[in-house]
Design a protein around this ligand. Sequence first.
Ligand code: TEU
Length: 571
Amino acid sequence: FSQNQWWKESVIYQIWPASYRDGNGDGWGDIPGIIPTLDHLKNLGVTVVWLSPHYKSPQKDMGYDISDYEAVDPIYGNMEDMDKLIEEIHKRGMKLICDLVINHTSDQHAWFQESKSSRDNPKRDWYIWRDAKYDENGKRIPPTNWRSYFSGSAWTWDEQTQQYYMRLFAESQPDLNWENEQTRKAIYDSAVKFWLDKGVDGFRIDTASLYSKKYPLEDAKYDPNKDSPTDEFYFPDTGLCKHGPRIHEFFKELNSKMFSHYDIMTVGEVGESTKEDALKYVSAKEKEMDMMFLFDLVQLGTRDADKFRYEPFTNLDFKKAVEVQSSFIKGTDAWSTVFIENHDQARCVSKFGDISPEFWDNSAKMLATLQATLTGTLFLYQGQEIGMTNLPSSWGIEEYKDIQTINYWADFLKTNPTEFEKENLMKNIGRYARDHARSPVQWDDSTNAGFSKVVPWTRVNDNYKELNVKKQTNDPNSVLSFYKKALKVRHDYSDLFVHGEFNHVDFANEKVMSYTKTFEGKTAYVVLNLTKVTVPFHAQVQGDLKLVLANTDPKEEGSLKPFESRVYVIQ
Ligand code: TEU
């Protein structure tokens, strides 16, 4: 495989710095805390670290609200710490990618401060300002009916200059105006070039489908029965426009002016798209980005912006979602990704496995098997490798710190809910809040799980004494040791697992997921019991099966134990 496509076989590990490891004893994870763990990551099989935003930020949305692209937030360290991190990662033959958050800035960014200072400020047009509209009663209303990802309108009124500014996320995250060429140039120089010149090896591109807005700005039309826009162009729930008219022009420009001048990788957070939409971003000939995240799998049971409205799903839905993500590049020149967790999603073992003492271990390993054998570049999220779980269901709303959860809860309280409704929403928050991914990494069984010497900014999961890195490092049968084995198998047979073609075997089976991976006449056969019961099983492929990975001693020929997983290579 081509040398300049090193990113295809990479194993990428996402660090969300606030909760990873505290190096300076202030209760917040930081860059100095990361450095001593690099050998542990390398040992696991990680080749690239993705660092979630480390930039200067008021932390209203945990760093996705940037007030200075060219500075490190003091809670995470300083520029020397970042230089050292880049150096230490490179010294180990690994690479570092950063988050690129350029749909919006913080309202504390100097650009926005200027923009909002007066209507005739030269940077006024760097953000999206509009006059108010008035309803039939003369009441002031926002320019469009779009709803923010974080509840409420997507517009905020500015008293001083008597206009609204657009913000698809929090009030403190005004959207940049990508129509303005000067603005785009400033973004490229400050957010992109600055870090590539420092030696960063690429970017995860935040909210990549949202930069281009459809003008003139108009209301999304809602289907009154579905609470969802009728026009394909808008996202469900929020009515925000996606894949706007100039989005591909912008990415082609970003690529030709910036990305193409460096040996880097880029992965876009594109989300909800048809195959056709997706290929416009990641087809190699389009020269936009190397790969993207599709959310079909992680968003099962939930909806993008309304993740607290639970929608039950079946194992067949699960199998279908895996197929969509694994197969959309078939017969194209595009590349894709494999992931089941990130900082916005619930823990996979809580969502797709079973966290009861009996099944936690095997279901976490079953999900590891799935991830290690799918097509595309593999992404792991901090704590996934030890099977970290969602926050305990006994915890109340006061333990939840995420702006999405807090705003949603506050809006809900305004509706005067009954106790029953409150309990129900709390149940859904307990399933899918972003907070579940954000509790401190459990390093050992000492106070605060070895994350920090002082009480952390957010509470450590109650199960840290039993579930931690140290305990699992010393146990050859742990989830962590299994991940290591699984990543080795992925590496040893990378033609099959990274590059091979995915095909379901017996799709209609509601308990067992089995599939083949094929590459130039070679085949692998993967079998996963998705349930907590023993199920009958007979191999449904021809050939001499050589077992290369299993999470249970596979003694019984005709059955699979609860959450049993096996990987065969056919000789
Ligand atoms: O998330 C973008 C996004 O589209 C969200 O809808 C995401 O799917 C949702 O939060 C899941 O509940 C990115 C970042 O990953 C997120 O952490 C930021 O809050 C957001 O952008 C704004 O920068």
